[in-house]
Write a protein that binds this ligand. Structure first.
Ligand code: MN
Length: 288
């Protein structure tokens, strides 16, 4: 098992823990990016406000635990995401979107945003957006398990992805112990989202990713009081991916092209109906 410490970054005015990628761990399956915005309270005008910006080569995957955010994109979608819901935006060849919390009231926010790298055969596909308001729940040994992605414990998530993946949120209201089956061909990792847990006897608190590798048939999870965790997994991603700004690609040339297309072209369409400012892509100079 490998412990990977998250680092603090600012995203649209909100402090978040960036869990992936790190120097020690780039991907878990096709999961290539993981930001955890832990529970925070804010006054009216607070919360996340990210103006129009582009993506390529990935899916953005948002899991909303508390709070609400309006997603607007260049395909014309305007969709509120609320607790217990997932938004999956497939960028493919190119899409742009904005994410905006309510401006007129105080609130609480707790969310996870992940990116999924698209495999080479899928990364130039047309962009699309999927809102998943109802996800399968499985009750197991005191844990309420929400299946975010994949097939697991007899349930199937409606979220459409393009490589073999698993994503699940597990929540216990009090002390609980369970052992859950895993696919041996998947690599897995666990992030504690709230409280404290033990994974195979190893204590884990928020802010550290526990990478479990492949070859496990089961996972023992315990907590002594209420806790919440995220389990991610997938077939180890065979392709080397390059992450830069909001893009996932393979070469610096692709990054330079996408940057130029966003700052000067119309490849990414237009996000209408948002009062937020369009972000400017930074220079790719120095990227190899
Ligand atoms: Mn985005």
């Amino acid at each position: 098992m490998q412990r990977v410490a998250a680092r603090m970054v600012d995203v649209g005015g909100m402090p978040v823990r960036r869990v992936l990628p790190t120097r020690e761990r780039r991907t878990v399956g096709a999961w290539c990016f993981l930001d955890h915005a832990w529970p925070v309270e804010f006054d009216a005008g607070g919360g996340i406000h990210v103006g129009p910006h582009p993506h390529i080569g990935l899916q953005t995957f948002t899991w909303m635990i508390e709070g609400e955010v309006l997603h607007s994109d260049s395909l014309g979608n305007r969709q509120w995401i609320r607790p217990g819901q997932v938004n999956v935006m497939t960028a493919g060849h190119g899409i742009s979107h904005a994410e905006d919390a309510p401006h007129d009231r105080a609130g609480r926010s707790h969310a996870v945003q992940l990116w999924i790298a698209l495999p080479d055969a899928e990364r130039e596909r047309a962009p699309m957006f999927q809102h998943c308001p109802d996800l399968p729940h499985v009750a197991r040994d005191g844990f309420d398990i929400t299946l975010l992605v994949g097939d697991w414990l007899g349930a199937t998530s409606p979220a459409q992805v393009f490589s073999p993946l698993l994503g699940a949120d597990l929540r216990a209201n009090g002390a609980a112990t369970t052992a859950l089956p895993l696919r041996k061909d998947f690599e897995h990792a666990v992030l504690c989202l709230d409280g404290e847990i033990r994974i195979e006897g190893e204590a884990l608190a928020s802010g550290t990713l526990l990478y479990l590798g492949t070859g496990r048939e089961s996972l023992r999870i315990e907590c002594d009081s209420g806790a919440r965790l995220l389990l991610v997994g997938g077939e180890p991603f065979a392709e080397d991916v390059l992450l830069w700004w909001n893009f996932v690609a393979r070469t610096a040339e692709e990054m330079a092209q996408a940057t130029n297309d966003w700052n000067h072209g119309d490849r990414f369409g237009e996000v209408r109906g948002t009062g937020l400012h369009r972000l400017v892509a930074p220079s790719v100079e120095g990227l190899h």
